[in-house]
Design a protein around this ligand. Structure first.
Ligand code: ADP
Ligand code: ZN
Length: 529
């Protein structure tokens, strides 16, 4: 592609080589750059680390005028602009952190046509003064970064993004490119509609990370399972272990360190200097395992992370994908391992119920959780399920636990009926409801103080579930919760049936359950105990 007259680089490739020092474009970059340089709009869906910046920066350098970059990451703007300047790019930004004199200098430079790129926070663009300013100069391209922020249902929704829809009318003839790493079909559609990009060309990169092996197992004794998993990895493997709370981060880090693993904690409650020290140890030394809350990882570019482990269930498939995606950026074999259990499902459903928010929000959050649970409980290829979520069709991968060791299934209808009818009896006959532990005691015919006190040994369902172990019952309950055939109720995590349970009680809805896969090594560890 040849450059416009007056621009600083003759071709896109020359800009890429001179400014960034790369030899060639990667993936969809060349095609996106060509589309935008020739004046067309583009929607770019590319995983994190895929190289989105080049897609709009190179066109901005090759076309005449200044490239406008809309970005919500105000905290990163300064660093981004400094990095560009260090490469000889005339870049500047406008945001609320600047004092008036700085702002004026940037505005003047823009009007004088001295800037290659100008970064602007989205809230500034709904301001008529900013628009008037931009009209006084000339734009080469408009890039809308983190474009999924326009999606009202995503976790990153920014109302200011809705005001970006008319930029095409305000700046006719200026090509627009929207970029994001969040690629669900739903988000993709919303970006197209709300940003008025009906004429854009769509560039959807593969979201597959073939070198990452996905493994999800049932939680029994999570610390032991985690330890076994880490010990099964090559010596000196660097990894990240994600836990939900600061407390469990601390506990797991202490436990692993006590077992001779070079593990250190990282969460927002630690003093800044400790966090910085732990982060730099992880980046610098070999074989460090960071146990962290999800606050850890953003902006951390360590290519040789060999595994990412989750000891708590992520809230969504997007979150899971982002977090596991921190493994194996160097393309070498890596593992994404997770253990999840009944408690995770109950806890997350409850957090949604009690989290406030209107019905629609709760519905969306439940859908996100449902998709995550579907990934956990699938009997077919995990990668296929994951990529399908991002709208990508694929064949079974041969590099995930379900491909390597296909899970066996069993007919869980009768078990589900036994459980549900116990719940229904307790509720209808006695107005009581109980959590998983007590229900399992009733079904297995246990005799203990609570059973005696409530006279639950008198129930007709007492002891009808002795054929299954306590572990089996936990698995049944977890899977029924995942399928929406049970739901937690009230503040004590008691279990209730749902409208969908009726079909099971009548024997009309089939209930196909998977035998839990527990890592072979951890299974023997449990047996040994
Ligand atoms: P994203 O914004 O999609 O997460 P970046 O634009 O930050 O990705 O790029 C990710 C990494 O890939 C950066 O380290 C960048 O320098 C590198 N990169 C981008 N394009 C190329 C290329 N064509 N050749 C080599 N490295 C590239
Ligand atoms: Zn697979």
């Amino acid at each position: 592609v040849r450059a416009a007259r007056g621009s600083r680089y003759a071709t896109a490739l020359e800009a890429l080589r001179t400014v960034y020092g790369y030899d060639a474009f990667r993936g969809d970059q060349a095609a996106v750059v060509e589309q935008v340089i020739s004046g067309g709009d583009a929607i770019v869906l590319m995983p994190t680390g895929g190289g989105k910046s080049v897609c709009y920066q190179v066109p901005a350098l090759v076309r005449e005028g200044t490239g406008l970059v809309v970005s919500p990451l105000i905290a990163l703007m300064h660093d981004q602009v400094e990095a560009l300047r260090a490469n000889g790019v005339a870049a500047a930004y406008l945001n609320s952190t600047q004092d008036p004199s700085e702002r004026l200098a940037v505005e003047r430079a823009y009007i004088a046509g001295e800037l290659d790129l100008i970064y602007v926070a989205p809230e500034r663009l709904s301001n008529p003064q900013t628009r008037a300013l931009l009209q006084r100069g000339s734009l080469s391209v408009i890039a809308i970064d983190e474009a999924h922020c326009v999606s009202q249902w995503g976790h990153d929704f920014r109302p200011d993004y809705l005001a970006l829809g008319d930029l095409g009318e305000v700046f006719p003839g200026v090509p627009r490119v929207a970029l994001t790493a969040t690629a669900t079909r739903e988000t993709h559609r919303e970006i197209t509609e709300r940003l008025q990009l009906q004429n854009a060309q769509h560039f959807v990169s593969s979201f597959d990370r073939p070198n990452i092996q996905y493994r999800i197992e049932a939680k029994t004794e999570v610390r032991k399972q985690l330890l076994q998993f880490i010990r099964s990895q090559p010596d000196g493997s660097a990894g990240i272990v994600y836990a939900l709370s600061r407390k469990s981060v601390e506990q797991i880090a202490t436990f692993l360190a006590g077992q001779g693993i070079d593990a250190i904690p990282y969460h927002a409650g630690l003093p800044a200097e400790v966090r910085a020290a732990h982060q730099s140890r992880f980046l610098r030394d070999d074989g460090v395992v960071v146990v962290a809350t999800i606050a850890f990882g953003m902006g951390i570019d360590k290519p040789d992370v060999r595994f990412v482990a989750h000891v708590d269930l992520p809230k969504s498939v997007e979150g899971y994908y982002q977090e596991t995606g921190r493994a194996g950026r160097d393309g070498e074999p890596s593992v994404a391992w997770m253990a999840y259990g009944l408690g995770d499902v109950v806890q997350q459903r409850r957090m949604i119920q009690q989290g406030g928010g209107d019905r629609t929000l709760q519905m969306r959050q439940n859908q996100h959780l449902d998709a995550m649970l579907a990934l956990c409980e699938t009997v077919s290829c995990r990668r296929q399920n994951l990529l399908e979520y991002f709208g990508q069709k694929s064949d079974p991968c041969g590099n995930c636990d379900t491909c390597l060791e296909p899970p066996k299934t069993w007919d869980g209808l009768v078990a589900a009926q036994k459980l549900m009818s116990t719940i229904v009896r307790l509720d209808r006959e006695r107005g009581q409801s109980f959590g998983a532990g007590h229900l399992i005691d009733i079904l297995r015919g246990k005799s203990n103080e609570r059973i005696q006190r409530f006279r639950h040994d008198q129930l007709s369902t007492y002891g009808i579930g002795e054929d299954l172990s306590e572990q089996d019952w936990r698995s049944v309950i977890r899977q029924l919760l995942a399928m929406g055939l049970l739901t937690p109720k009230g503040e004590y995590n008691t279990l209730a049936i749902t409208p969908a349970s009726a079909g099971v009680l009548r024997g009309e809805t089939p209930v196909l359950l998977r035998h839990d896969v527990i890592g072979r090594k951890s299974r023997s560890a449990i047996a040994r105990k």
